[in-house]
Design a protein around this ligand. Structure first.
Ligand code: 8Y7
Length: 288
């Protein structure tokens, strides 16, 4: 496994699983399943039991074409869930939001990690909120260049060199964070699979994860149930994409990813345990 040149607060040398809890009526993969805080809390508890190290709670769908949600609506979805989980599970809680006010309230309610699909760019106050917290921050490459709008991000994403451009964008995000007083040891990077990217872009990014290690930070990958998995695996139903999602997850780990954002925690956990045992056995052999 690769060493990172920043000693990180959150990430040790085992791969962390982040389980997804959507508290939205329109999420593409489990739309309408979670009707209130009770169901979302139960689902989060279940994911924690199944081996999730982090529970990612989101109240605004950022899938392509999703409707925007007001701050009040988003808060009313996620805050009761965070309050209900705090102290009840040992998994860390991450808040998936691009709104500073939601971040602030979520942290107050007990969220441990900020997960922002715009790398703290959507809301001008987010850098300050993150700086004045002590939370690790996930900087995802995504909607920023498209003006932060999930409605249009997939319209016609164009890159000359997707890997270099995503890498450079994250490098600037890291610098902005450091300038705002967020220590590098609090940052996690994510190329943002599926955000303003075609299937070919996603494949190119995953095949070049090496390049992101230059940034010297732990890498998170979220490929779970996304469109390119359906395309590659020939499965139009997002709920049936666990096998393809696990293949992408294990591939990402083999390329040095340290955190996996997944829907299917139990299945991914099993796959990862087997993969890790074999990988460690091989490392023993080659060590002598
Ligand atoms: C990601 C994410 C989503 C991702 C990070 C979906 C909130 C779309 N994808 N956060 N969020 N990375 N960090 O399909 O890839 O789950 S939402």
């Amino acid at each position: 496994m690769k060493q990172h040149n920043v000693r990180h607060e959150l990430v040790t040398d085992h791969v962390l699983l982040m389980g997804i809890v959507n508290v939205t009526p329109d999420s593409f993969s489990d739309g309408g399943t979670f009707m209130g805080p009770g169901a979302a809390i139960d689902h989060a508890r279940q994911l924690a039991l199944e081996g999730a190290d982090i529970i990612d709670i989101g109240g605004e769908s950022t899938r392509p074409g999703a409707q925007l949600v007001s701050v009040d609506e988003e808060m009313s979805r996620v805050i009761p869930v965070i309050e209900g989980l705090k102290g009840e599970i040992s998994a860390k809680i991450s808040i998936d939001t691009r709104k500073a006010e939601v971040m602030r309230a979520a942290i107050k309610a007990g969220a441990d990690i900020i997960n922002d699909v715009t790398a703290l760019k959507y809301d001008k106050d987010s850098l300050d909120v993150a700086a004045s917290s002590h939370c690790p921050v996930i900087l995802m490459h995504g909607l920023t260049e498209q003006g932060g709008d999930p409605k249009t991000m997939q319209d016609n994403p164009v890159y000359e060199d997707v890997v270099s451009e995503v890498c450079e964008s994250l490098r600037r995000n890291i610098m902005d964070c450091e300038q705002a007083g967020i220590a590098k040891s609090r940052l996690i990077i994510d190329p943002g699979i599926g955000f303003g990217k075609t299937a070919d872009h996603n494949i190119e990014l995953l095949a070049n994860l090496d390049r992101f290690h230059e940034l010297g930070l732990p890498l998170l990958i979220g490929a779970s149930r996304k469109g390119f998995i359906g395309l590659l695996g020939g499965e139009s139903d997002a709920m049936k994409r666990a096998p393809g999602s696990i293949a992408a997850a294990l591939f990402a780990v083999s390329q040095g990813a340290r955190i996996l954002r997944v829907h299917d925690v139990k299945k991914t956990h099993q796959a990862l345990s087997v993969w890790r045992a074999l990988d460690e056995a091989k490392a023993q052999l080659t060590a002598f």
